[in-house]
Design a protein around this ligand. Structure first.
Ligand code: BGC
Length: 251
């Protein structure tokens, strides 16, 4: 990186249910160019309180470049359309206008799984894979990102497929495994049922499993048997930040 690149570099900010994380990303390598800064997500996580946390965080991240942000919600033309795991008061908010006016920076806002998935497909486990690729993130909820020859089809929300009499993420998310103290085998069987549905409707070339728990894929992958190739994500914690930065406004 040339002298001063970090100072003007593109910033990624990943807003989650427990933490807001940000750094300057190196979009040549898909790595973080500065140390990651993390602040607790405020509670309740209303638009104004989250925007003020993001403003505080940006003061601690070097550089004054454009900022890409994520939210765990459907984002259409900057507007938040859903709120399954965030405060309901987000619905209808123009998140781009809110963050731009609070932070006085140029910003973009996209869905968290779309961001993490985009980083995986450009730099990680999906690099160079042609055809249909699905990234599933397992965390508090279930996020999804769909790609066709590397191009994102945004806001797919495959975590809300109907499964076991309700919303798939309410039965198969990582948070449910923890809360219900499921064994890896029990959870693996739930994921099997879930991923079979993805296969049945999309027939992807590759399924990438992301989210923090993807680091422990050796524990639950053995309990899943699909006809589609399935691999763990490789960018782990940084995927959301890097993916957010990929979509930051460039001028
Ligand atoms: C939300 C998605 C989000 C996913 C992972 C779901 O509940 O509807 O927008 O990507 O959680 O955070």
């Amino acid at each position: 990186m040339g002298n001063g690149t970090t100072a003007t570099g593109v910033v990624g900010v990943d807003i989650g249910g427990t933490g807001v994380k940000g750094a300057v990303a190196d979009l040549d390598t898909g790595e973080l160019a500065t140390e990651r800064v993390r602040l607790d997500t405020p509670h309740p996580a209303t638009p104004d309180s989250v925007a003020s946390t993001v403003t505080d965080l940006l003061k601690q991240v070097p550089g004054s470049g454009p900022v890409g942000l994520t939210l765990p919600a459907v984002i259409r033309k900057g507007i938040v359309e859903t709120a399954s795991n965030i405060d309901e008061s987000w619905i209808g908010v123009n998140a781009v206008e809110l963050f731009a006016s609070m932070t006085a920076r140029e910003v973009s806002v996209i869905n968290d799984a779309d961001a993490a998935g985009s980083a995986e497909v450009r730099y990680g486990a999906g690099k160079g894979v042609a055809g249909v690729v699905v990234v599933i993130t397992l965390g508090t909820g279930i996020g999804s990102a769909l790609f066709v020859d590397g191009t994102l089809v945004p806001n797919t929300e495959l975590g809300h497929l109907h499964l076991h009499g309700g919303d798939a993420e309410d039965w198969a998310a990582e948070s449910i495994r923890e809360h219900d103290e499921l064994s890896w085998k029990e959870w693996g069987h739930r994921l099997q049922r879930y991923l079979e549905q993805i296969e049945r409707v999309l027939w992807p070339q590759l399924i990438i499993i992301g989210g923090g728990v993807s680091k422990k894929s050796d524990k639950f992958f053995p309990h899943i048997n699909l006809s589609t190739k399935m691999v763990p994500a490789t960018l782990h914690n940084d995927a959301g930040i890097v993916g957010a930065a990929m979509f930051a406004p460039t001028g």
